[in-house]
Each structure stands twice: as C-alpha cells, then as structure tokens.
Design a protein around this ligand. Structure first.
Ligand code: CP
Length: 314
C-alpha cells in the first residue's frame, strides 16, 4: 500500500507495487508470528480499531479482530443489532461517536454500496471496507490473491499469467468485483462464468472475459473460484431452480476432474453446499483452499492494519 494511503476502500485503489507490498508484509508478519507461544507483536500498541458491522459476518469480523489483537491494538466490536442504530441513529453519528472515543481505524461492513466511501469523508482515522453491499470487499480479494500466490507462485511476486475462473452469482458479488480488479492489477487472466441473468450490466467494461459455459472454462483454469448464490439479495427468479443451477453451474467431483493437476478450488464462504459447490469438492484435501483462505485472512488483515496505521517495526 502506498505510504500515503489512509484508507482501503476499493481493490481498484491499489497499484501493483501497493498490492505486492501488502502480500509481502502479510508473509513477513506470518513468519514473525510462527513458532511464538504468545501470538502477539507490538506495533499497534496504544491504537484502537473499531469493527463497525451493520451486516452479518463470521470470517471477516473475526479475522479483523484477531489481526488487530495480534498487533497489540485495542479492539471494539460494534454490531448494529443491539445498538442505538435501532433508535434511528445514523451511520455518521454512530461513526463520530466511536471516533470521539479514540478510534484510529474503523473497519466497516454495510449493506449499502458506498457506505465505506461515505464514512471516509466523515472520520479522521483510517477506514477499511469490509464489504459494502454488492460493491466491493477488498481484503477478501487480497487474501484470495495471497492464497493463490502461496499455492501457485511460491509466495512471491505477482500473479502474471495465472488463469482464474470466477463462477456463479457475479451480479450480487462484491468478492467478484474486488477480485477482478486486483487480479487484473497483479497480471492474472480472469474469466467470469455465470448464467446471463447473473452477470451485471456493463460487465464488458471489466478487465475480464465472460462465458456462460462452465465445462469449457475448467480445463484451462489454474484457479476456480466459486461464488455463493446470494439468495437474500435476489428479488426475482434468476434461474429456474436450485437443482437446475447446480446442474449447470455447480462444481461437483465430475467437473473437478476436468481441472489440471495443480489447479485449486476456492470459495470465500459462507458456502451453499450442494448448490454452487458439492461437499466432496469443498472438502477435497488437495485442491480446496477454503480453510486456508480463512487462515490467510488473518495475516492479510494484519498487513493492511499495519501499513495503514504506520506500525513500527516488530
Ligand atoms: N467471506 C466473507 O466475507 O465471509 P463473512 O461474511 O463470514 O465475513
């Protein structure tokens, strides 16, 4: 990340140097913690990180909390449920209240696309986008890139020439948008595979190819990233039935066998097992990186906090 960056709002804000710096820093912090009995480093001692979550989360919220604690920051977890938001308090007033208590960084998840950008206009500290509506989820893209780099590039450099298929509900996916932006910056070739109803208007302008046919995309892919079908964001019938979706776009053992020897299968979670991904694929010990992605999320979020908050050398 650029030395002058204050926020991480979009994967598109990162250039190649900045993105590789985050991945390298994550590797360095991961190695610094390895083998330590007490998994803590001192650089963010005295700093306060607020997790401001207006939408549910298991992985992102927990890993930001762990990441901040491993860097010795104080952490406040704020959930809209059970707060004064239920009395009508606005996002701005909530954020200013938390900042008045000394927050140096606010990690925000919100169902409104653009919430993180709005917040960055109001607070003095750093803002990290932990998922805004159907817009972006930059730290998910970074942990995905970190996982690909470790598995397929020896944990170094960029992802030049890597062939990545992103499959499924692209329309509602902030993970897809952030991944396309970051992967293009890192030199990967991306193909989006989805039914026509689940590709967004304007996708032709994205730095990615598109296809409606999963079977033809699999043999040439080094990485297959399955997306969750986001039924909670769907107001219309985007496909005939769950069974039909799984038949056309689900990754099962038969389709996994079409992949090259070293190809990996990713999913950001949470998964709809039996719909976009079969259980035997999700749990495949060789190809599935789903649990690894979660582990890597802590290291990558440590790197983001460290670089944004200007931590001293550990
Ligand atoms: N991948 C992801 O964002 O998961 P959570 O919704 O559990 O944070």
């Amino acid at each position: 990340m650029s030395a002058r960056a204050r926020h991480l709002l979009s994967a598109g804000d990162l250039d190649r140097t900045g993105a590789v710096e985050i991945l390298d820093t994550a590797e360095r912090l991961d190695h610094a913690l390895a083998g330590r009995e007490v998994k803590k480093l001192p650089p963010l001692r005295g700093r306060t990180v607020v997790n401001l979550f207006y939408e549910d989360s298991t992985r992102t919220r927990t890993s930001f909390e762990l990441a901040a604690k491993r860097l010795s920051a104080d952490v406040v977890n704020f959930s809209a449920k059970g707060s004064s938001v239920s009395k009508g308090e606005s996002l701005k007033d909530t954020a200013l209240t938390l900042e008045a208590m000394g927050a140096d960084a606010v990690v925000i998840r919100h169902s409104y696309s653009g919430a993180a950008h709005r917040l960055a206009e109001w607070v003095h500290g750093s803002v990290i986008n932990a998922g805004d509506g159907t817009h972006e989820h930059p730290t998910q893209a970074l942990l995905d890139a970190f996982t690909m780099r470790r598995r397929l590039r020896g944990g170094e450099g960029d992802l030049a020439g890597l062939r990545v298929a992103i499959v499924g509900d692209v329309l509602h996916s902030r993970v897809a948008r952030s991944n396309v932006l970051l992967l293009a910056t890192l030199g990967a070739q991306v193909i989006l595979v989805a039914p026509p109803t689940l590709l967004p208007v304007g996708v032709d302008a994205w730095p990615a190819a598109t296809s409606f046919d999963l079977d033809s995309a699999l043999p040439g892919s080094d990485v297959v990233m399955m997306l969750r079908v986001q039924r909670e964001r769907m107001s219309a019938g985007y496909f005939p039935s769950a069974r039909e979706y799984a038949r056309r776009y689900g990754l099962d053992a038969r389709r996994m066998a079409m992949l090259g020897d070293d190809a990996i299968v990713m999913h950001p979670g949470p998964m709809n097992r039996g719909m976009e991904i079969a259980a035997e694929v999700a749990d495949d010990p060789k190809r599935s990186t789903i649990v690894e992605q979660v582990t890597n999320g802590v290291s990558v979020r440590m790197a983001v906090l460290y670089l944004l908050l200007g931590g001293a050398d550990e």
